[in-house]
Ligand binder design. Sequence first.
Ligand SMILES: Cc1cc2nc3c(=O)[nH]c(=O)nc-3n(C[C@H](O)[C@H](O)[C@H](O)COP(=O)(O)OP(=O)(O)OC[C@H]3O[C@@H](n4cnc5c(N)ncnc54)[C@H](O)[C@@H]3O)c2cc1C
Length: 415
Amino acid sequence: MTRHIRFQTGRQAFDIHEKSTLKDPWMKQDGNPEYESAGPGHGGRVSGVVVVVGGGIVGSYAAYFLSLIGMKVTLLDRFPVASKASGCNPGGLNPLHGPGLPGVMSPLAERAYHLNLSHWERVRMLSGKEFAPHLVSRVELAFDEAEKSVLRATIPHYDSIEGFSARWMDRDELLALDSRINPAVVGGLWTEGNGMVDSREYTRAVADAAVALGAIVRQADVQGLVTVGSRVTGVVLKDETLACDDVVIATGSWAAEAGAWLNAEIPVSPLKGELLTARLAGAPADHHVTWKMIGVYQTLDGHCWFGGTQEQAGFDEFPTKQGGGFILDSVSRLLPEAKNAEITDHMAALRPMTPDGLPIIDRVPCWENAYVATGSGPKGMLVGAGMAEAVARLVAGQQPHFDLSPYRLDRFSTV
Ligand SMILES: Cc1cc2nc3c(=O)[nH]c(=O)nc-3n(C[C@H](O)[C@H](O)[C@H](O)COP(=O)(O)OP(=O)(O)OC[C@H]3O[C@@H](n4cnc5c(N)ncnc54)[C@H](O)[C@@H]3O)c2cc1C
């Protein structure tokens, strides 16, 4: 059975065709994304107070899924929700493109893509917030024959995934479609099915949806944990301690600090990324243009994201003149007229990276009730929902929908 969801955005309407094979066992049998109790009949539990530390996309979605299954949730962040990486990125949701894709991360990425799209409407209804969810075409450029053959080889994979398709466009077809593109291209891969959201509004909407389901969101700096034996019993704030039955660490690039509270090494470090927002002359395009990790991502409100950079710079979160210059030079190789764009903003944020580039989704070894979900690197807006659902299922004592062994914390242990 295929379920069709008609989704309306400001500029366009589109249909999501969702195969019943993707149907979530936590969903009601009629296929609506209504979560049933994870309780006794499902082999899990729903009682208990869960504190989620970190109000990025991972923590916000963890609060949402835990609230959906009936847990009492408090979501804490030292800043307003979405103040860090989750509020500072183009919000691209593509499970087929990026480091490790297609590959070991595909089950997580595809599950997450499905979760994002199937919860958009519910998140919007519960939160009352708009976050510009839409599907958008994208063209990935090739400037030589080697790049062309790499891109062409991905076509069968795009075509094999429900909701996606890809086809090769030669140079003339591409330039006829978008005359802004650098005529030095040899062609491009045109893909359909890519999702996109306004990342800051989306993350805030997910947190607000959790609140509508009963969660509490508080701005508070977590300074440590209270433990008894192998259990965490409380979360230490500046002036008080919150009792908890479970704790979920979703502190993004700052996860190593939380690991120290549990005597556990959580090897996550920040990878700085800078972005520009800009307005190009002429009518807005209806597609993104990318080359490798560089891209021009058109939004529904008429501006574009130009991105981005990747730099090991510790916890430095300030945009730099060199970063902005690099982005403008790189993007101008794709669309020469980008040099004349009106730059409207310049920002930087930290991607939470693990040594092998894969996320961590696990119960912290040696602890009965401490969980971690971080390390989503350059793909967290996409995979955050999948990581969060998986960690919520761990808390509820249920099997996640995909194999978590690539994401276990003990893969980094040296013993
Ligand atoms: C330039 C750039 C472009 C990107 N583009 C995309 C994209 O197009 N698509 C995509 O899927 N992904 C993209 N990403 C990646 C994505 O932004 C991240 O993977 C994702 O936002 C990480 O989410 P998170 O919730 O783990 O971390 P964060 O959003 O960093 O949230 C962690 C939160 O924890 C809080 N915190 C930390 N320590 C404490 C404490 N002790 N007490 C209380 N709170 C604490 C922080 O304040 C922070 O708000 C991009 C990232 C960058 C930098």
